[in-house]
Design a protein around this ligand. Structure first.
Ligand SMILES: Nc1ncnc2c1ncn2[C@@H]1O[C@H](COP(=O)(O)OP(=O)(O)OP(=O)(O)O)[C@@H](O)[C@H]1O
Length: 243
């Protein structure tokens, strides 16, 4: 069974084709991570899967009635707007205080309920966003660079939390990440995107693929190589595809 899939999807912004011929699918309980250079269309892909952006070609299919929890890449909170974490979780749908407290407890930040959103640390704020996404009891959680701005222990803790969410709720996870170490440890499947799917497969298969090494190199150097990737190589012989 598939929860959500893209079939030969293309997305345009103006005259620019941001995504071409992208096909992918996410099955129940899977953790799938999208990696790729800046501007490679990762956020665009998530937004097209959500139906926020229209398909210029191809299509998106979703299991009927699929419940999706989405954590966007950025959420600007106006520091002058008084809004506590608990109140934020109660928008747009009113939630009982006990439900809000349980949601914050689940993501490990019960103490922030009455704090102003603008006063939370990056890690606390990401957890509040996750708590909010979990309130809809999603079958699929979509997270766009959820650990942006967190330090390494904060990132590792957040990904452990994501795995816990998967085991407790059975939700599938589709996320964008730049942190390759954690991606490799925490994902069932990795999709390398550069306006099209360069390469995909299990972390083991992908990390052993010459195409992956050309893209990412090794270790921390690899993470830097990601940003330098010029996409000047030929993908005709991608061996990690369909792995
Ligand atoms: N609202 C918009 N209007 C026009 N073009 C856009 C818009 N949003 C994004 N783009 C363009 O689409 C391309 C892909 O952007 P996108 O944000 O999907 O990439 P990304 O892989 O998520 O990047 P990053 O890693 O930097 O977050 C970029 O060239 C960007 O300039």
């Amino acid at each position: 069974m598939t929860l959500i899939a893209a079939h030969h999807l293309a997305v345009r912004r103006g005259r620019d084709e941001i995504l071409s011929d992208v096909s992918l699918s996410v099955a129940p309980r899977e953790i799938v991570t999208i990696v790729g250079p800046n501007g490679s269309g990762k956020s665009t892909l998530l937004r097209a899967l959500l139906g926020i952006l229209p398909a210029a070609a191809g299509r998106v299919s979703r299991k009927p009635g699929l419940r999706i929890g989405y954590v966007p890449q950025r959420l600007q909170v106006d520091g002058t707007l008084p809004l506590t974490a608990a109140r934020f979780l109660s928008l747009p749908r009113r939630r009982a205080p006990a439900e809000v407290a349980a949601a914050l407890e689940r993501v490990g930040v019960p103490e922030v309920a009455d704090r102003q959103l603008a006063d939370l640390s990056g890690g606390q704020f990401q957890r509040v966003l996750l708590a909010r996404a979990l309130l809809t009891e999603p079958e699929l959680l979509m997270l766009d660079e959820p650990t942006q701005g967190l330090d390494q222990p904060g990132e590792a803790a957040f990904y452990r939390l994501i795995e816990e969410v998967r085991s407790r709720t059975g939700a599938a996870i589709l996320m964008v990440s730049h942190d390759l170490h954690v991606v490799m440890a925490a994902s069932d499947r990795v999709i390398c995107l550069n306006r099209h799917v360069c390469c995909e497969g299990t972390p083991r298969v992908v990390s052993n693929a010459p195409e992956y090494r050309a893209l990412f190199g090794h270790g921390t150097q690899g993470a830097l190589a990601l940003y330098r990737h010029e996409h000047d190589h030929d993908h005709t012989h991608d061996q990690c595809h369909h792995a």
